[in-house]
Design a protein around this ligand. Structure first.
Ligand SMILES: [Ca+2]
Length: 237
């Protein structure tokens, strides 16, 4: 009996130490700086953070005047998530997809509003082959017929024409799958700059990928700030 009590006591002691450490480490986890970035069809990219977004001019390389703006029924007609999104991706066919929790919507870029019938649930019927039903971290179109979706330590490649995840996925982000990407535990956002480069964002850092060379350019990651992304500080404060 005494022995049993001791075992329980040791177990509880161990659990309380574990819990204290977990709580202690919480503030040191990398905070998300950007929720989502998506390139549009007009030379602009949209950066989302919480209930706000900023429009970035890709040629001028700065945020347009008048931003950030709130996400609402005037700025994003039909978008049901005024408090923020998980990720967004341009599908290259005049449509973009926005994800939040276990749902997604399809946005018509030309008419500038959400298509009827959305939001829909993320599942194996709506996204054939996708191993996840919620919490997509990032998504990016590679404009070679493939798009990538990221969740936690994993990612999938989607064949846009076949409308399904390619065989052999999900895979882990680390190592030879993404040469030079130091974030094996996941990324926050990704965008294709449509000039042969793509950007990945994680916490307060970002990196540039050369799509042809299939690796991270030298000198990255760099910090996300007003020098590297002029005008973005107003969205992030
Ligand atoms: Ca995200």
């Amino acid at each position: 009996m005494k022995n049993l009590f001791l075992k329980w006591c040791l177990l509880l002691g161990f659990l309380s130490i574990l819990f204290s450490f977990t709580a202690f480490c919480e503030p040191f986890k990398t905070a998300k700086t950007i929720d989502a970035v998506v390139e549009w069809d007009n030379g602009k990219a949209y950066f989302f953070k919480g209930s706000q977004y900023s429009r970035y001019d890709m040629k001028a390389d700065s945020v347009d005047p008048g931003y950030p703006k709130p996400i609402n029924s005037e700025t994003w007609p039909g978008l049901p998530w005024a408090n923020g999104i998980d990720t967004a991706v341009n599908w290259g066919n005049g449509k973009a997809y926005f994800f939040k929790g276990g749902q997604y919507i399809r946005y018509d870029i030309r008419t500038d509003r959400v298509d009827p019938g959305y939001p829909k649930p993320i599942n194996s019927q709506t996204w054939p082959g996708l191993p996840w039903t919620d919490g997509i971290d990032a998504a990016v179109n590679w404009y070679n017929g493939k798009a990538y979706l990221f969740k936690g330590t994993q990612y999938v490649r989607i064949d846009i024409q076949a409308d399904r995840v390619d065989p052999g996925y999900p895979k882990e982000i680390y190592g030879p799958n993404w040469p030079g990407v130091p974030w094996a535990d996941g990324i926050d956002a990704a965008v294709n700059w449509k000039n042969g480069k793509a950007y990945l964002f994680k916490g307060n850092q970002y990196l540039r990928i050369d799509i042809q060379a299939d690796r991270v350019d030298p000198g990255y990651p760099k910090p996300i700030n007003n020098e590297t992304w002029p005008g973005i500080a107003d969205l992030l404060r």
